[in-house]
Design a protein around this ligand. Structure first.
Ligand SMILES: [Zn+2]
Ligand SMILES: [Zn+2]
Length: 261
């Protein structure tokens, strides 16, 4: 069977970082071949970079999360220069989140615009996070020409209309363990409609563990449950979902070189 890819996780977060070798072993035992460890601050980026340099099956991104308010604000040049690292395959996670941040969101929008510019300059695609901010997210993607570089809408929870707009902008749609939640019926309708060649899956570990691990620490090995759930919704099978999503991952993140034992 084709190995799965976890297209979005945070291996450097607690408690995954403490037991990392076991986490990676369990991923392997569950048929997870590769993982993309996603950056949320400039301060923690070096941890992610060394994880990706130390493990052939872990790739890195560089970016500052939309809700991050403590760390250094990245310039376009900062991002472009850090993205030159050969193990960095994407820019993000970036985007807009009006659920956890409030008030004047101009700073968040400016940060998002700088990530899009950096992605276009570096030739590496975007990882976009959007929550309670779909209209502004799509507007800024259009204004900044994000379609020129493309990327992924990660942990997708929006409507089919938003998915359709993102697909039209050259983006992939990634589903997390949320698709396994009992109350996610509307989202499962979206899962049905995303074309095969734009579909990705992720854990967003250590958060959002899928059923039957809901409430526990999430980890990349659980992406298998996301794949099984997506296969059921699409009346497909896990082998097909694995080969489709793995092929899509290496198509989108074209700087990621698959590891071979
Ligand atoms: Zn996110
Ligand atoms: Zn994330």
């Amino acid at each position: 069977m084709t190995l799965l890819v976890d297209s979005h996780c945070h291996l450097n977060f607690e408690p995954l970082n403490a037991g990392l070798e076991d986490v990676l072993l369990r991923a392997r035992e569950n048929g997870v071949g590769h993982m993309l460890c996603v950056s949320v601050t400039l301060e923690t980026f070096p941890e992610i970079r060394s994880l990706a340099h130390g493990h052939a099956r872990v790739f890195a991104s560089v970016g500052v999360h939309p809700n991050e308010t403590e760390g250094r604000e990245p310039t376009v040049d900062d991002l472009v220069s850090l993205a030159k690292d050969e193990r960095v395959v994407a820019i993000g996670e970036t985007g807009l989140d009006y659920y956890r941040s409030h008030g004047d969101m101009a700073w968040q929008q400016e940060r998002f615009r700088r990530h899009i510019r950096a992605a276009k300059q570096s030739g590496k695609p975007l990882i976009i996070h959007t929550r309670d901010a779909a209209a502004d997210t799509l507007r800024i993607m259009r204004e900044e020409g994000a379609a020129d570089i493309g990327g992924v809408m990660h942990c997708f929870t929006e409507s089919w209309e938003v998915a359709r707009a993102a697909l039209d902008l050259n983006f992939f749609i990634s589903f997390s363990g949320i698709v396994t939640f009992r109350n996610a019926e509307t989202l499962r309708e979206v899962v049905k409609q995303v074309p095969d060649d734009r579909l990705l899956i992720e854990t967003d570990a250590p958060y959002l563990a899928p059923v039957p691990y809901r409430g526990k620490t999430n980890e990349p090995s659980f992406v298998r449950h996301v794949a099984e759930c997506v296969a059921g919704i699409r009346q497909s099978d896990i082998d097909t979902i694995a080969s489709v999503t793995t092929r899509n991952f290496f198509t989108l993140f074209s700087h990621a070189v698959p590891a071979h034992d």
